[in-house]
Write a protein that binds this ligand. Structure first.
Ligand SMILES: C[S@@+](CC[C@H](N)C(=O)[O-])C[C@H]1O[C@@H](n2cnc3c(N)ncnc32)[C@H](O)[C@@H]1O
Length: 406
């Protein structure tokens, strides 16, 4: 039996033993991505990078990490150069970003390097192992978020493309009411599904996963729309989308661990009224398999990534409830330009390099800026525990880039 069908059977067993023989889509996604032995992120199936299932800013070279490092140094200075200054990277993938950041800080900012306490929070055991191998030359510590004591961190929590990888609940609107999407199998489908309605069948080998709708598993799903200030009751029949409740739990935990400093979140997504919009009637859930994007989470189970865009309004507003004040929200292109990406592009005109290398490098830098791609990613900065004076100091990445000043 391949791992794909072994995991499908484990999920089926979980369905059979769950109340009403169904699980939420969030539970399905959690198992498909993070089952401790067979989930996508737990096995060698996880395949990140240019040749893999998907790539991120980090796979374009060291520029992204180096420019972020410039921002971290300024944060350290604003906080009065505390020792230690903890940088807590959450969801560190292959450890490439940590390597780029640490190398650059070591070379360029030795005082900051000596003050640094670099911590990685990584859920995948396989990726954690890869990170440990890659980062051997540096003093890095690994924890689960739960293991970090409350109010113990002075510094910056940060992540790139973590929140989109958290399991989401899915819902559908029927007759003006919100119904949650559950997953069951054809075999376990109850004969009289009312009020459940069978929503579609997606088969995988001999296991047929079936989506059904039912009353929400938690009142948090409906409350979420009060939080983000979107009235979905007027949206069209069968409007379907997702809600990332795990992101709120994650944020609560980060806010609790942070004593003084910042939270920097980079990901693809929208503010709530662009995210939940009648025109985006089927949500943002996407799967990545061998660099191909599609929207069927019920195939390649455990061998493909499943993601959903991030609702930045939810992070902002839930953050406020947890004591995290918004510092700013911008696009990655503007953020990196403000941190010096423009100077790096300009410097290409003076460097003596073979033309093919120059063109490749220019292409990489432009990809980080592409408004339809990585440049359009959201960058949200939140803070906690700063004095009024510290909070008044503008962050470099959130200021208007030099090139854009009139
Ligand atoms: C899409 S990958 C991004 C990796 C890397 N940051 C990058 O940009 O290339 C998501 C990462 O988050 C990790 N992850 C997912 N859920 C997590 C959680 N709850 N806590 C810590 N890490 C998590 C995954 O194992 C993986 O390393």
């Amino acid at each position: 039996m391949n791992s794909n069908s072994a995991l499908s059977e484990i999920i089926t067993d979980h369905i059979v033993t769950s109340p009403q023989k169904r699980i939420t889509f969030a539970e399905f996604m959690d198992m498909a991505l993070y089952h401790p032995e067979l989930g996508y992120y737990s096995t060698r199936a996880v395949n990140l990078g240019k040749q893999g299932d998907f790539f991120t800013s980090i796979h374009l070279g060291a520029d992204f990490g180096e420019l972020l490092a410039v921002q971290f140094v300024q944060m350290w200075e604003i906080l009065g150069r505390p020792v230690p200054f903890s940088m807590v990277e959450m969801g560190a993938g292959q450890g490439l970003l940590a390597l780029d950041i640490l190398k650059y800080i070591q070379q360029q900012y030795p005082d900051f390097f000596n003050a640094l306490d670099y911590v990685i929070v990584e859920k995948s055991p396989v990726l954690r192992q890869e990170q440990q191998q890659r980062l051997q030359e540096f003093s890095v510590r690994w924890f689960n978020l739960e293991e970090i004591p409350s109010h113990s961190i002075t510094g910056c929590f940060f992540s790139n493309e973590l929140v989109d990888a958290l399991p989401v609940h899915q819902f559908v609107l029927e007759q003006g009411k919100l119904w949650e999407i559950y997953v069951t199998t054809r075999q376990n489908l109850t004969p009289n599904p009312s009020p459940q309605a069978e929503r579609g069948v997606r088969s995988h080998q001999n296991i047929e996963f079936v989506e059904i709708s039912g009353t929400p598993s938690t009142s948090k799903l409906v409350e979420y729309f009060d939080l983000v200030g979107v009235n979905i009751s007027d949206f069209p029949e069968n409007y379907r989308s997702e809600v990332n409740l795990a992101a709120l739990d994650w944020l609560s935990m980060v806010a609790d661990r942070l004593q003084r400093g910042y939270l920097l979140t980079i990901d693809y997504g929208y503010i709530a009224n662009r995210y939940y919009n009648p025109r985006r009637s089927q949500g943002t859930l996407q799967c990545y398999y061998h660099h191909q994007r599609h929207n069927d989470p019920y195939i390649n189970i455990g061998q493909q990534d499943i993601t959903a865009h991030v609702d930045f309004t939810a992070l902002e507003r839930w953050g406020e409830r947890c004591g995290l004040d918004k510092v700013g929200f911008t696009e990655q292109a503007l953020f990196l330009m403000a941190l010096g990406l423009g100077e790096r592009i300009a410097a290409l005109s003076y460097t003596q390099q073979p033309i093919s290398q120059l063109l490749r490098r220019r292409d990489v830098l432009h990809q980080l800026l592409d408004p339809l791609g990585l440049g359009g990613f959201g960058v949200l900065v939140q803070r906690k525990g700063l004095t009024t004076q510290e909070a008044a100091q503008a962050l470099k990445g959130l200021s208007v880039p030099e090139q854009m000043k009139m």
